[in-house]
Write a protein that binds this ligand. Sequence first.
Ligand SMILES: *Cc1c(COP(=O)(O)O)cnc(C)c1O
Length: 374
Amino acid sequence: MNPTFLPFAKPTIDEATIAAVGEVLRSGWITSGPKVQAFEALLSEYLGGRTVRTFNSGTCTMEIALRIAGVGSGDEVITTPISWVATANVILEVGATPVFADIDPVTRNIDLDKLEAAITPRTKAIIPVYLSGLPVDMDRLYAIAAKHKLRVVEDAAQALGSSWNGKRIGSFGDLVSFSFQANKNITTTEGGCLVVNHADEARLAEKYRLQGVTRSGFDGLEVDVLGGKFNMTDVAAAVGLGQMAHIEAVTTKRRALAQHYFANFGSDFEARYGAQLPVADFENSNWHMYQLVLPERLPRAVFMEKMMEKQIGIGYHYPPIHLLKLYRERGFREGMFPVAERVGRQIVSLPMFHVMNESDVERAVDAVKSVLSQ
Ligand SMILES: *Cc1c(COP(=O)(O)O)cnc(C)c1O
């Protein structure tokens, strides 16, 4: 038997959304317009009425958030080494200095004790990342920020649908950034959005995303900040509107799939195979990914190859940022963040997308156990 390939992630666009995109393409207005406004309004409604602005990637969303927070040259920004490199790149992009704090080995998110220890008089902002959709201790995070008078730019790229004690991520806090890249729980093909605190920040967001322009009357046009070209198109927003119709179902299904993973791995899995399961959280996490940390005895590349032979796609999220060449050139070295280095070397993402079924989970678990037994 040759089973069909099971990818680790897969976007699903329904027929109604495809039809809605067709309508936009035929309408004569394909760039930012009414669909973007409707998508921003829907996101705002989902996020407790806070103001939301959209962009053409999660990366530029983060960069604009840093600019709105006034982060620039001479400032330090603290973040985690285990994230997509975009999280640190945007700090460099605005001319600030990235400072890393090691991760917690259980949650794999930034360790808040180490974050607090890394604060200096030059620290201006912190960027927590909610890896696979699991938030950090949000009460503690905002207590640290208040105590040290720091801005928080939440890299909630993976966390749309996640919550903290019953409150949705994005419905509270400072500046909160989401991504709608193709593999995220909700996609616009590419895109992102930022939750801001008040109308002044919303106006700044609008300027930064479109060349710094403010229009008035029929022909009034002024530019007073250096903006770029970061606006979302109506084509993308139409995809997002169609996706948002399913967000509750997507989150519920992912939680059920995660639960099925735990049930099939069984309570003796970690002791028997020496691999580490994720935190079994079904209240807060949106289960953007289901990640294992492999035992050191098994090189990740070997594991991935053997899983591929069994027709199962495996991702790895992420290699430690501080060990990438661009960051080594800025003085970061092996040994600085030992937990991140160990986790970054051995972490793998198993198949997780909402149109998977329980038998797919069982197939993935059987394959993991079989590869780990060899
Ligand atoms: C996806 C992602 C980003 C970048 O978002 P893009 O939309 O791809 O630019 C940043 N940070 C994290 C944690 C992500 O998962």
